[in-house]
Structure formats: structure tokens, C-alpha cells
Design a protein around this ligand. Structure first.
Ligand code: ATP
Length: 465
């Protein structure tokens, strides 16, 4: 078997992946029959399963513990939330305009595409570089000076479309956690340190969307805010960096494809006093999938100020009242699903034929096992149906009797199903089936009665290459 993926150029790989995603029901363009809506994608039958599995892996690792509670806050919030959080004034990207076509671009991205390093620079410094290097638009036209563009989507509540009814689609899920911090702490009788976790949609009116699911306008985040006593934030920051780094193995993203990026100077968000990104090595270069931030007591203090409500924690031991510090882990479920798709895509040559195989970690694979009767006679379909129904309550399985067995294996390889269970004439004699593993294509006989524990055992002991 020859692995061909390494030979694929970045554009080639992305094109093949986007096409497979559509063909096999992972990802569709939003509103495709109307020409699509840029920055919006729909998860199809297999994509939604992949995404759910990623979210479940995160949810169980974050909330199935004593010190973290889950919530699901609403997307629309009181508009003052976004004034307090700093998003109304500060959630902006520097934007420049092509003076001929009026197309708009994000200045930092444009400079980087022109080989100019903008790490840690503010808009004014980037404007100077724009002029010094005489950077033009991608169409070769002159560019305007940069101005700040706010990324929040605006809408109205109720029938009046005026300023007083203006609300925002949340650009991050975190604020739903901050405003509920005391509710959760008191309802669940939590003591510091403790965390609140949430998975949900976030919206950003990105100036330019690109790279498939990487930069979109509607996406899902998985965020956890960990509330700690002032003075202990550095210890917890390191703790969460380590925890989050190790989690990626659980969804099949190997350590060698991950890296840290530390935010410096103006790169730091308005709320953060320290920030590290976890980056994945995408085909076009490293890209952030998660941010781990020390948000200090910024958010809770701001909400105290703007709401006029006390958000202090009362420490029973020291009899002191204070605003906790917050360590945040903020990961995009959408971006992570793209990393998992990229990581999984492999082309191989097997006995002169090309094989496309999605090597998902079984934990996130949309379908865990396919049950295949070798032929459509001698009672094999009945046995295969029975196996399918017996496994169904425990894992997502599928039944397939259409076409030659080799073609059925290939179909399952292409959607990343880790195990194929084939019912053949020996099954009629000894109640065993062939279990074929996706990556090695090795086969072994397993008694029907042991199939569930066999598959679960192999999923648990799966090694990330
Ligand atoms: P970037 O610098 O790429 O715009 P960011 O630093 O603004 O990202 P955060 O505000 O830290 O991102 O958001 C946390 C996570 O949410 C990111 O690591 C990413 O996974 C996800 N995310 C943010 N913006 C988008 C987007 N436009 N499309 C998809 N995922 C996103």
C-alpha cells in the first residue's frame, strides 16, 4: 500500500476534500440552489454525525467532572452585554477597500499574503506598512486607508426597527456564561475554582471568508470559562493548556500536527492578559483552532459596572468578597471538524488501484460499522440484518448489500467507517463474521456474540498515528 496524500498539493487536497464532502453527504454549500451564501455551510447526514461526535467528545471531557457545569444560553442577549464586553467598540478588524472595484479586504491578512509579518502590530502600524510596501489589491488596484469594521451582525427584537430595538447575534458564546456566572454558582453550590461550559452557535460578519469551514460567518463554538481566585490564575492557565493539548489525541489529531502560538502586543484581544492558540497544520499552513486566554477579572467587572449588580464571590474560608479571575478555553467546533476532515483524507494505491480513505478516529467516525452479507442468498441478509439491529442501540451502524464486496468496502473507506462486518458461508456454520479494519484492511474472524465488545474495545485502544 502506497500512501499518496503527501504528494498532493494544498489546493489539490482542498479541492478533493470539498468535492468528497459534497458527494458523500458531509458538507453542502448553504442555499446551493440559489447560488450559495458566502461563509455559510450546511452539515449533511454524515457531517452532522461527525460534528456531534466531536462535540460529544468535548462535552464529556469538560463537563463530566465535579468542578464544571454545562449551560445553553440564548443567542440573542440584552444589547448592553456587548457594550460591557467591549464588543461594540472593540470587536473590529482593519478593513481596506479596492478603490476601483470597491471589494473589501482584511488588512492584516492582505499584508501577510504579501509576505509581510504583522505579528503584534496595530492598525496604524499596518497602515504604514501598506504604504511603505505599496501593497495593491489582488486585482492590482490602489487601496484605501484601513478603517475599523465591526464584525457583529445586527438585528431587531419586536416589530420596531429602530435603535431602541437593536440586538446582536452573539459573536462568541462566552458572554452567556459570564452573565449566568452567579446563577450557576448559587444553583449548583459551586466553590472556586469551578467552570461553566457551553456549546453553541456564534456569528461574525467576517470581511473575507475563506478556506472552506475555516473562516465562516456562522459557526459553532465550544467554550469553557474557569473561575478562579485572584493570584491562582497562572497555575490554572498552565493546567488548562495541558488539558486541552492532550484532548486532541482523543479525536485523532496527532501531536506532530499541532503547535502553540503565543499572542503578543496588539495581537492580544481587548479582554486578554495572556493568550495561546492551539494551531493545526492545515494544507495551506498553521491555523488557530482554539484559544486559551487569561481574561483576568475584566468581563465580570465590566458586567458589574454596566448592570449595577454585584457579581462578587464570597469566600467562606477567608470571609472575603472578590471578583474571580477567568481562564477561558475557546475552540471552534466547525474549525475542528475541518481539521478532522483534512487529517482523515488519504489517497493510497492498493494493488494498482487508487483507494480514498477517511481515516477518522473511530470515536468521531460518523458510522462505526457496516454489516455486509457476502451474497444476497442462503439466509446471509437475515443474519446481517439481525446483527445490525443488535448493534444499533450501542453505535451508529449501517447495512449494505448492494454490489460486489470490494466496492462496498471502498464505499465504507471513503466515509471513514472503521469496521466492516461480513457475513459469509462460514457464518452459517460457526456463527462468526469477518471483521475488516479500514486502515490496515486486515481481516479476522470474530463470534457474532462478541461483536459489540470487540468493536468497543478496539475503539478504546485506538492509537493515533
Ligand atoms: P481568528 O484570529 O482566526 O479570526 P479569533 O482569534 O478571533 O480567530 P477567537 O475569538 O479566539 O478567534 O474564537 C475562538 C475560536 O472560535 C477560534 O479558535 C476558532 O476555532 C473559532 N472561530 C472564530 N472565528 C471563526 C470563524 N469566522 N469561522 C470559524 N470558526 C471561527
Amino acid at each position: 500500500m502506497v500512501v499518496l496524500k503527501e504528494n498532493l498539493m494544498s489546493d489539490d487536497l482542498m479541492e478533493k476534500l470539498v468535492s468528497l464532502c459534497k458527494r458523500k453527504g458531509f458538507i453542502f454549500q448553504s442555499s446551493e440552489i440559489y447560488g450559495g451564501l458566502s461563509g455559510c455551510w450546511d452539515y449533511g447526514p454524515l457531517g452532522v454525525e461527525l460534528l456531534r461526535n466531536i462535540k460529544d467528545a468535548w462535552w464529556t471531557s469538560m463537563t463530566y467532572r465535579e468542578d464544571i457545569e454545562g449551560i445553553d444560553a440564548s443567542i440573542l442577549m440584552h444589547p448592553r452585554v456587548w457594550e460591557a464586553s467591549g464588543h461594540v467598540d472593540g470587536f473590529t478588524d482593519p478593513m481596506v477597500e479596492d478603490q476601483k472595484t470597491n471589494e473589501r479586504f482584511r488588512l492584516d491578512q492582505l499584508l501577510e499574503e504579501n509576505g509581510i509579518d504583522v505579528t503584534g502590530l496595530g492598525t496604524d502600524e499596518m497602515n504604514v506598512l501598506l504604504r511603505e510596501h505599496d501593497v495593491k489589491s489582488p486585482k492590482g488596484n490602489a487601496l484605501s486607508d484601513a478603517r475599523q469594521f465591526n464584525l457583529m451582525f445586527k438585528t431587531f427584537v419586536g416589530p420596531l426597527e429602530d435603535e431602541s430595538a437593536r440586538v446582536y447575534l452573539r459573536p462568541e458564546t462566552a458572554q452567556g456564561i459570564f452573565v449566568n456566572y452567579l446563577n450557576v454558582q448559587q444553583a449548583m453550590r459551586q466553590k472556586l475554582p469551578f467552570g461553566i461550559a457551553q456549546i453553541g452557535k456564534a456569528f461574525r460578519n467576517e470581511i473575507n471568508t475563506k478556506n472552506f469551514l475555516f473562516r465562516v460567518r456562522e459557526f459553532e463554538q465550544m467554550e469553557m470559562q474557569y473561575f478562579v481566585a485572584p493570584g491562582t490564575q497562572d497555575k490554572w492557565f498552565e493546567y488548562w493548556r495541558e488539558q486541552r493539548w492532550n484532548w486532541y489525541q482523543r479525536i485523532g489529531l496527532p501531536e506532530r500536527k499541532l503547535s502553540w502560538h503565543e499572542h503578543q502586543g496588539d495581537e492580544l484581544a481587548h479582554y486578554a492578559s495572556a493568550a495561546f492558540d492551539v494551531q493545526y497544520e492545515f494544507p495551506y499552513g498553521p491555523g488557530e483552532i482554539e484559544g486559551i486566554h487569561n481574561r483576568s477579572d475584566y468581563d465580570l467587572s465590566q458586567h458589574e459596572k454596566f448592570s449595577g449588580k454585584q457579581l462578587k464571590y464570597f469566600d467562606e474560608e477567608s470571609r472575603e468578597k472578590f471578583v474571580p479571575y477567568v481562564i477561558e478555553t475557546s475552540i471552534g467546533a466547525t474549525r475542528t471538524s475541518m481539521a478532522c476532515l483534512v487529517e482523515a483524507y488519504h489517497e493510497e494505491e492498493v494493488k494498482g488501484d487508487k483507494r480514498v480513505v477517511m481515516r477518522f478516529h473511530p470515536r468521531i467516525a460518523p458510522i462505526k460499522a457496516a454489516v455486509l452479507p457476502l451474497v444476497k442468498r442462503d439466509g446471509m441478509p437475515d443474519i446481517a440484518h439481525k446483527i445490525t439491529e443488535d448493534l444499533r442501540p450501542y453505535m451508529r451502524v449501517t447495512y449494505d448489500e448492494g454490489g460486489a464486496i470490494g466496492r462496498r468496502y471502498r464505499r465504507m473507506d471513503e466515509v471513514g467507517t472503521p469496521f466492516c462486518l461480513t457475513v459469509d458461508s462460514d457464518t452459517l456454520e460457526d456463527q462468526t463474521v469477518t471483521v475488516r479494519e479500514r486502515d490496515t484492511m486486515e481481516q479476522e474472524r470474530v463470534p457474532i456474540a462478541d461483536l459489540r465488545s470487540h468493536i468497543e474495545g478496539r475503539m478504546d485502544s485506538w492509537q493515533v498515528p
